[in-house]
Design a protein around this ligand. Structure first.
Ligand code: CA
Length: 624
């Protein structure tokens, strides 16, 4: 036993020596380039290739210093700390790697920063459209599939396979989105997901959703690659539209090139046996919580093929943060949506957010924290609660308002139910530093579609969209809501991720055009368009204050107001018409005698007794 172990060790040593005796090679450098004149002069280069960590590195480039070289367990990696001083000029510097008689020269480009828009942020002045690029529009059939990728399939008849949608297709629909009143586009992640098909729930599924990155510096070539993304952003910006990128810091695809030959074991959170996150968020905020529960939530893997990155390893943290900065600088994206925000190491998230905000002061960041209460939601954004950890995230997806709006439409009115749910959620806004920076929504790619949730009821559909587009926050809408796409996630989430009709070659219907839509779909489209453009063109809807009155008898009234305008939103959730005595709202209505109905453009007189049709929401711009 002893002897065979000894022999085994000898064999291992010999193998290692043989490997080390081989010449070194540099195959990858991340980031793939950088810029001069960035606010933070520090840059950490990840160098990868056989024995790349055994080279002694140096460089000779005016204004740039190599401060330190880090080596790790795996001899195939070196991490170089550089300082790029204010005198450094754009150009290609040469990294020199030496070992014995071998000398390697690796070019690395320092670009000049251009003055194109980037990191512009999104605010309550915006209306975000969320689309899955694989399911929205296919503008280039030649990139639908590639034989050299781990998943070489594309098949629109299979709900779990890639369907061929891409950035070129989305770029062709920007006119449609702009006409709808959209001001920002958020795609589910666009980075390379060179993942094989995985068996989930008994079906083989592709990574068309994009949440399993396999390269942080490459946009998936099935979406068109880096150049298609650059030109998409450029075209969007030229049209006055912004682009939100979906970031995933918590995990990566198990097929990520870096995870197939890890720098060190602690690049990931490792467990003695496979441990999934519990997905429970209470252990993170619970003052009575157990450390074990907290660790499982934060360090457990998202699923077996999406392993959990160890962000407390400074090399991992730098890798992720620099990728974020590089992405904004290279592509010009304006804001970040952050996936699974609450499962990330929160001190890391603060560092990452701060690095982005230091470089791009106007950038907006809104993470996904899928919680059911205001306290937990506040924890992940700038808040006024005395938590031991203080988040610096400026925004967040408003899951509390999402569920309360749906409850308000689904439940009968009572002391706590129905429209009281919506009212009560907003009444707790005091916990946030700025609730107007939260991103509001009625559904997304992970939920049942809105129209199905509210029982396919067109009147309710209009009420919810009216709330979304007139209350505080940054409204976002899931693709297809404007043409009444519906479905539950039964039997799978593919049901809520269907192709946009007309986006794909050979589609029999084209719902991007009025002629391809039914009367009701056109009514829905025009309804969204009317409210979205009103919101877009009226600052009172962006920065105006919100005042809400206690719901009564199934009615709910609130106002948006500033020094120049007052807008009244009056909802009747009852099945019958109600005549509302406006005396109760004198605080906001005094001095106004008339109103313009924003949806119909009709003028209304006699504001003291307001007729609210059954199941409706009026949007009235008050006139003196
Ligand atoms: Ca395509």
């Amino acid at each position: 036993m002893k002897r065979s172990t000894f022999t085994g060790l000898l064999v291992l040593l010999t193998l290692c020596q043989t490997a080390l005796a081989q010449n070194a090679l540099i195959q990858r450098v991340n980031p793939t380039n950088w810029w001069v004149g960035m606010k933070n002069p520090s840059l950490q280069l990840l160098i990868y290739g056989p024995n790349a960590g055994t080279l002694a590195y140096s460089l000779n480039y005016p204004g740039v210093k190599l401060v330190k070289t880090h080596t790790v367990e795996n001899p195939n990696y070196a991490f170089l700390d550089l300082t790029i001083g204010p005198t450094a000029k754009p150009g290609t510097m040469k990294l020199i790697g030496k070992r014995g008689s071998q000398t390697l020269t690796q070019p690395f480009e320092l670009k000049a920063r251009d003055n194109s828009p980037k990191g512009q942020g999104v605010s309550a002045a915006d209306f975000i459209y969320l689309a899955m690029p694989d399911r929205f529009a296919n503008g280039d059939e030649s990139n639908d599939k590639f034989a050299d990728m781990a998943d070489p399939n594309a098949d629109r008849s299979n709900p779990f396979y890639r369907h061929g949608g891409d950035l070129a297709g989305a770029a062709q629909r920007l006119d449609y989105l702009k006409d709808l009143g959209v001001t920002a586009i958020w795609f589910t992640p666009v980075l390379e997901n060179n993942q094989p098909l995985t068996n989930e729930g008994g079906a083989m599924r592709s990574a068309y959703h994009g949440y399993g990155f396999t390269d942080h510096y490459t946009v998936d070539k099935r979406l068109g690659g880096n150049e298609a993304y650059k030109s998409f952003v450029k075209k969007a910006h030229a049209m006055g539209l912004k682009v939100v990128q979906d970031a995933v810091y918590n995990h990566a695809g198990i097929n990520h090139w870096l995870l197939k030959d890890m720098p060190s074991k602690d690049w990931l959170h490792q467990w003695p046996t496979y441990t999934n996150t519990s997905y429970k968020y209470q252990p993170i905020t619970d003052p009575h919580g157990a450390e074990r529960d907290r660790k499982v939530t934060l360090d457990g893997w998202f699923v077996p093929f999406l392993p959990d990155l160890n962000q407390s390893n400074p090399l991992v943290a730098n890798f992720l943060i620099q990728h974020a900065i590089w992405t904004v600088e290279n592509f010009g994206v304006d804001a970040w949506r952050v996936d699974t925000y609450m499962y990330n190491d929160q001190p890391f998230m603060n560092r990452c957010n701060q690095a982005l905000m230091d470089q791009y002061p106007k950038i907006h960041i809104f993470g996904e924290s899928w919680v059911n209460n205001v306290v937990d939601q506040a924890y992940y954004t700038r808040n006024k609660i005395d938590f031991p950890f203080k988040s610096n995230q400026p925004g967040g997806l408003d899951f509390v308002l999402y569920s309360s709006m749906l409850d308000a439409l689904k439940q009968n009115f009572s002391w706590d139910d129905g429209v009281n749910r919506f009212y009560q959620a907003l009444a707790q806004d005091a916990v946030y530093v700025d609730p107007n920076k939260l991103v509001t929504f009625l559904d997304n790619h992970d939920t049942d579609r809105y129209l199905s949730v509210i029982g396919d009821d067109f009147d309710k559909y209009k009420i919810g969209l009216t709330w979304l587009l007139t209350t505080r926050g940054i409204p976002s809408m899931y693709y297809g809501t404007e043409i009444l796409m519906k479905n539950f996630k039964d039997p799978s989430d593919a049901e809520v991720r269907r192709d946009f009709p007309g986006g794909f070659p050979g589609d029999k219907q084209n719902k991007f055009e009025a002629a391809g839509r039914t009367d009701r779909e056109n009514e829905a489209f025009q309804f969204v368009r009317k409210l979205a453009t009103y919101r877009r063109d009226n600052p009172v809807m962006h920065t105006g204050k919100l005042m809400q009155f206690l719901p009564q008898d199934g009615t709910y009234v609130y106002f948006r107001y500033d020094g120049s305008k007052t807008v009244m939103v009056a909802t009747n959730t009852n099945e019958k018409e109600i005549t509302l005595d406006a005396a109760r709202f004198a605080e906001r209505m005094n001095g106004f005698t008339k109103a313009r109905n924003v949806l119909t453009d009709q003028t209304l007189t006699g504001l003291n007794m307001l007729k609210l049709p059954a199941k409706s929401a009026l949007v009235l711009e008050l006139v003196k």
